[in-house]
Design a protein around this ligand. Structure first.
Ligand code: PEP
Length: 249
């Protein structure tokens, strides 16, 4: 972990029922969480209100996506204004499932980030390469291109956390090694130093996501440029998520 406050996000994706989420919230409420860690969970939109009303306020809430501009006639979308209204502090943007399954492109994601920030939401900005891109030596090119689209759009990095999430590691059980993750985190920080500013490079937290669990988080967190985690599957189990939150020592 670096010098910034450790940040752990739980991305619940399209999972859960009223009943299972009641149990997860109750497990999170009774877990002991290290004080010096920012902890955020991203429930499915329809359960945000339930979670907001029952979860200990020590844990902040994130949307998993948001509309690119002000809300209105956009059937099926959820606006930044609505996320603010319901008490969210964050939104996850550029997640690989939205890039590669839904088809969102870099520019669209950049615009979403700029709009969310303009309305006071924090942005968890995801980047990451696919397996074939890694195997053909394009990891840095792909991540830099995705990062550049954020950099071109956002007016400030103050409220942004970058999540490096290699697509081949998401939901696969194939976690990046601490060295593989650290290598990309350093490269992203370097890119920020050269293309944004030294201050943004040193202050922006870069978290890792991709098959993080209670058994591998402590090793990963020892890397100097890993400032936290974005956790999918393991965030659906309260005690394991708490172990990940507490893995930085
Ligand atoms: C994610 O979707 O952000 C993620 C990291 O998922 P998992 O932990 O399940 O690989």
């Amino acid at each position: 972990a670096g010098t910034g406050k450790f940040f752990v996000g739980g991305n619940w994706k399209c999972n859960g029922t009223k009943e299972s989420i009641t149990k997860l919230v109750s497990d999170l409420n009774s877990a002991k969480l290290e004080a010096d860690v920012d902890v955020v969970v991203a429930p499915p939109f329809i359960y945000i209100d339930q979670v907001k009303n029952t979860l200990n306020a020590r844990i902040e809430i994130s949307g998993q996506n948001s509309w690119v501009g002000k809300g209105g006639a956009f059937t099926g979308e959820i606006s930044v204004e609505q996320l603010n209204d319901i008490g969210c502090k964050w939104v996850i943007l550029g997640h690989s499932e939205r890039r590669h399954i839904i088809g969102e492109d870099d520019q669209f994601i950049g615009k979403k980030a700029a709009y969310a920030l303009s309305q006071g939401l924090g942005v968890i900005a995801c980047v990451g390469e696919k397996l074939e891109e890694r195997e053909s030596g394009k990891t840095f090119d792909v991540c830099f291109q995705q990062l550049k689209a954020f950099a071109d759009a956002v007016p400030s990095w103050e409220n942004v956390v970058i999540a490096y999430e290699p697509v081949w590691a998401i939901g696969t059980g194939k976690v990046a090694t601490p060295i593989q993750a650290q290598e990309v985190h350093v490269a992203l920080r370097d890119w920020l130093r050269k293309n944004v500013s030294a201050e943004v490079a040193s202050k922006t937290r870069i978290i890792y996501g991709g098959s993080v669990n209670g058994g591998n988080s402590a090793e990963l967190s020892k890397q100097e440029d890993i400032d936290g985690f974005l956790v999918g599957g393991a965030s659906l189990k309260g005690p394991e998520f708490a172990t990940i939150v507490n893995s930085v020592t």
